[in-house]
Design a binder for this molecule. Structure first.
Ligand SMILES: NC(=O)c1ccc[n+]([C@@H]2O[C@H](COP(=O)([O-])OP(=O)(O)OC[C@H]3O[C@@H](n4cnc5c(N)ncnc54)[C@H](O)[C@@H]3O)[C@@H](O)[C@H]2O)c1
Length: 277
C-alpha cells in the first residue's frame, strides 16, 4: 500500500519525454532511467550516432525510444526534430534541455588571459547553453501551451549561483539558463496554464568530458589543484555520479512536485551551501 502510494506519486510511465543532449554523458543516463521508469523517450543530439546508441540500448532493455538528430541552435532543425518526435511517440509531455557545454578557449588559464579570450569562443558557449535552451523551449512549449499542460527541465550549473573562477563564458551562460528558467515558469503559468511547469537541475561536479581538462592533469592523470579545490569545497568530499541526478529529475517531472515551478534545484553534495569556512 505505502509502496504503491509513493510509486503513484512519482509515476512518469506513459509520458513522452524529449531530451536534448541525450547522447551525452549525463543526459544519456537520464534518458535510460526515464525509459526504465516507463516513459517514451526521444533522444535528441547533434551527434546522431550517439543518440542512436542510447536509443538502441533503451530498446534492448525493453524501453521505448527514438533517436533524433537536432542542432539546438538551428530553428528549422528543432522544428523538424519536434515533428519527428511527435510523429514517432505522440505529443511531448516533458522537454529536458540538456544540450550544453564548455570550451577551453572561453576559460582563462596561464596561457590565455581574460584580455585575450576570443569572442568566437565566448559566443559559442553562450549560444549553446543559453540560446540552445531557449530555442527548443520556444518550439516544444508551443504545443504545451495549446494543450494547457507540460513540463520543462533545464540543466543549469553551480557556476550559475556564483561564477566559477576562470570559467567566464559558461558561468554567464548558465546564469542566463537559471534566469530563463524562472522567467519561463512565470510566463507559462500566467499566460498559458499553471499546469505547465518549468524548473532546472543544477548539477554540482561530475567528472565528464566538458570539465576533465580542468580537473585532471592530462599528463599524469592526477587531480589538478582545481580538482582538489572542488573536492575540498564539496562537503560530501567527492564528485557526483550521473545517476545521482535521477531522483531530482523524476521528482520534477512527476506529480510529486506538482506545486513546484521556477526552481533551480542544486544536486551538488553541498557545494552551493558551503561558504568555504
Ligand atoms: N558534467 C558536469 O559536471 C556538469 C555540471 C553542471 C552542468 N552540466 C550540464 O549538463 C548538461 C550535460 O552535460 P554532460 O556533462 O553530459 O556533457 P556532454 O558533452 O557529455 O553532453 C552534451 C551533449 O550535448 C550535445 N550537443 C552539443 N551541441 C549540441 C547542439 N548544438 N545541438 C544538439 N546537441 C548538442 C553533445 O553532442 C553531447 O552529446 C550540459 O548542459 C552541461 O552544461 C554538466
Amino acid at each position: 500500500m505505502a509502496k504503491d502510494y509513493v510509486a503513484q506519486m512519482f509515476d512518469v510511465s506513459g509520458k513522452v519525454v524529449a531530451i536534448t543532449g541525450g547522447g551525452g554523458i549525463l543526459c544519456s543516463v537520464m534518458a535510460e532511467a526515464l525509459a526504465k521508469a516507463g516513459a517514451a523517450v526521444a533522444v535528441l543530439d547533434l551527434r546522431q550516432e550517439a543518440a542512436a546508441e542510447v536509443a538502441k540500448k533503451i530498446a534492448s532493455q525493453g524501453g521505448r525510444a527514438v533517436a533524433v538528430c537536432v542542432d539546438v541552435l538551428d530553428r528549422q532543425s528543432i522544428e523538424d526534430a519536434c515533428k519527428q518526435v511527435v510523429d514517432a511517440l505522440g505529443p511531448v509531455d516533458v522537454l529536458v534541455n540538456g544540450a550544453g557545454g564548455n570550451k577551453k578557449e572561453a576559460t582563462t588559464s596561464p596561457e590565455l588571459s581574460f584580455f585575450d579570450l576570443p569572442e568566437s569562443a565566448i559566443r559559442w558557449v553562450f549560444d549553446l547553453n543559453c540560446l540552445g535552451t531557449i530555442m527548443p523551449s520556444q518550439i516544444f512549449c508551443r504545443a504545451m501551451a495549446e494543450r494547457g499542460a507540460g513540463n520543462v527541465v533545464n540543466i543549469s550549473s553551480m557556476s550559475a549561483f556564483h561564477p566559477l573562477t576562470k570559467v567566464l563564458g559558461y558561468s554567464g551562460a548558465k546564469a542566463a539558463v537559471s534566469s530563463f528558467t524562472e522567467w519561463l515558469a512565470v510566463h507559462m503559468a500566467q499566460e498559458y496554464s499553471p499546469k505547465i511547469r518549468v524548473n532546472a537541475v543544477a548539477p554540482g561536479f561530475f567528472l565528464t568530458e566538458q570539465n576533465r581538462f580542468l580537473l585532471v592533469d592530462e599528463k599524469t592523470g592526477q587531480p589538478t589543484a582545481r580538482g582538489k579545490s572542488i573536492i575540498d569545497s564539496t562537503p560530501m568530499a567527492r564528485y557526483g555520479e550521473p545517476a545521482e541526478l535521477l531522483g531530482a529529475l523524476l521528482w520534477l517531472i512527476s506529480d510529486a512536485s506538482s506545486f513546484v515551478t521556477g526552481t533551480v534545484l542544486a544536486v551538488d553534495g553541498g557545494f552551493n551551501a558551503f561558504s568555504g569556512v
